[in-house]
Design a protein around this ligand. Structure first.
Ligand SMILES: [Zn+2]
Length: 141
């Protein structure tokens, strides 16, 4: 399959869906720190300079709807007053902030890099082979 929402949501590499594309654990002073490449398959996390400018637009579009829709719901459906609804919107925005920043980068990378099922299978097999068949080398004189 082409796109995996699960891999995107979990910030996994789009090519092998195994390696992480962000450095764990999350460092609050550097929330967007990414390793140079995927630890599992070697896919570059920043394929070219300025690659994530597009993610900025995604983050803006998604973030706007994510705040606007609940706010409209609170005001027009539940009849909350506007000041209270704004406060809720701001708090909601702060809660979503980190997930949205990382998520939009992850989504952008997943939109640009294809899943490589053959490669993922090959990497999986090579792991199994190493565990099963590795033996210390026997030297004889
Ligand atoms: Zn990978």
């Amino acid at each position: 399959m082409g796109f995996s929402f699960r891999a995107m949501w979990q910030n996994k590499c789009p090519r092998c869906r195994e390696g992480d594309i962000f450095i764990k654990p999350l460092n609050l002073s550097k929330p967007l720190d990414m390793p140079h490449s995927c630890s599992n398959c070697g896919q570059l996390t920043e394929p070219e300079p300025g690659f994530y400018y597009g993610a900025m637009f995604l983050s803006y579009i998604i973030g706007s709807w994510l705040v606007l829709l609940p706010t409209l719901f609170l005001v027009f459906y539940l009849g909350m007053n506007v000041e209270k609804a704004m406060l809720v919107a701001i708090i909601w925005g702060l809660i979503m902030y980190l997930k949205l920043m990382r998520g939009s980068r992850s989504l952008w990378l997943h939109m640009m890099v294809k899943y490589n099922a053959g490669l993922a299978k090959k990497l999986e097999n090579s792991k199994v082979d190493h565990q099963k068949e590795w033996k210390p080398r026997q030297y004889s004189n």
